[in-house]
Design a protein around this ligand. Structure first.
Ligand SMILES: Nc1ncnc2c1ncn2[C@@H]1O[C@H](COP(=O)(O)OP(=O)(O)OP(=O)(O)O)[C@@H](O)[C@H]1O
Ligand SMILES: [Mg+2]
Length: 260
């Protein structure tokens, strides 16, 4: 399924009636089976944009369209959160089954589907564990398995690996790419890490500081499947340099404003 975000703005009103303009006139598309990264500085409205695409928030202006057929039983979107957001009182198996329960799937079908996702995400053998018994990387695998269980047409990922140490993060990136090669789920992936965005994505949408607006969309000219050796490839460096030059002046301004 294809997602089209058309001229979307979002202004929050806080309790005292003051307003915060989070996004201004944002347009972007994510094609079917495409992996798009959304990159921008802290507070520029990335999570807001994901919440809008997920239908958790309504835009103040503009609209979001989903184009293509949604077979019955498939969810339009599913989200993987930055903080693992698992249910601590549920086992791995029960966490993965959560969305399927919501969808009213019978127990046997739920169990079978969860087993497949547990296999796919490398969690076999950990079905009966509780989240507190898992490492950060494994918890985020449960988050991914739970999101993929409902077979979403579009997978929304909000800085899913940012709480992990650098090595685990690298391994999880590799695993996510392997999963994506097999499922080809349309992915919109939020990060503020340039290297991660370029390594994972087909295109990187670069947002400005708040209110977030699109500075540019940078295509990544790297072959698939991706491999660690590509981190030094000319196409990798070209895309990373381009993104850095887009956000550099904004980052400088932010530092100046902070009095640094
Ligand atoms: N519910 C809300 N009410 C008022 N303001 C909000 C609300 N949620 C977010 N904001 C503000 O909107 C702006 C964008 O927030 P958002 O969380 O979307 O940014 P972000 O790019 O995801 O940031 P980060 O990189 O830190 O996760 C911020 O200034 C934030 O303070
Ligand atoms: Mg955020």
């Amino acid at each position: 399924m294809r997602v089209a975000v058309e001229r979307v703005s979002k202004t929050y009103a806080d309790r005292r009636g003051a307003s915060v303009e989070a996004l201004r006139d944002v347009s972007l598309t994510v094609d079917a089976e495409e992996f798009v990264a959304l990159l921008g500085p802290s507070g520029c409205g990335k999570s807001t944009l994901l919440a809008l695409v997920a239908g958790l928030l309504a835009p103040s202006a503009g609209a979001i369209y989903f184009e293509g057929d949604l077979p019955p039983g498939r969810a339009a979107t599913a989200m993987v959160f930055q903080e693992f957001a698992l249910f601590p009182w549920r086992t791995v198996q029960a966490n993965v089954e959560f969305g399927l329960e919501e969808a009213g799937l019978p127990a046997a079908a739920r169990a079978a589907r969860a087993r497949d996702l547990i296999q796919l995400t490398g969690l076999a053998g950990f079905e009966a564990r509780y989240p507190h018994q898992l490492s950060g990387g494994m918890r985020q695998r449960v988050g991914i398995a739970r999101a993929l269980a409902v077979d979403p047409a579009v997978l929304l990922m909000d800085e899913p690996f940012s709480a992990l140490d650098a090595q685990t993060r690298q391994l999880m990136q590799e695993e996510l790419l392997q999963i994506w090669e097999r499922t080809r789920t349309t992915i919109l992936y939020v990060t503020h890490n340039i290297q991660e965005a370029v390594y994972l994505a087909d295109r990187v949408v670069v947002l400005s500081r708040r209110p977030g607006s699109v500075l540019a969309t940078v295509p990544v000219g790297l072959a698939r499947p991706r491999a660690e050796a590509m981190l030094g490839a000319p196409a990798f460096i070209a895309a990373a340099d381009r993104i850095w030059s887009l956000i550099k002046s904004e980052a400088r301004e932010a530092l100046r404003e902070a009095g640094a």
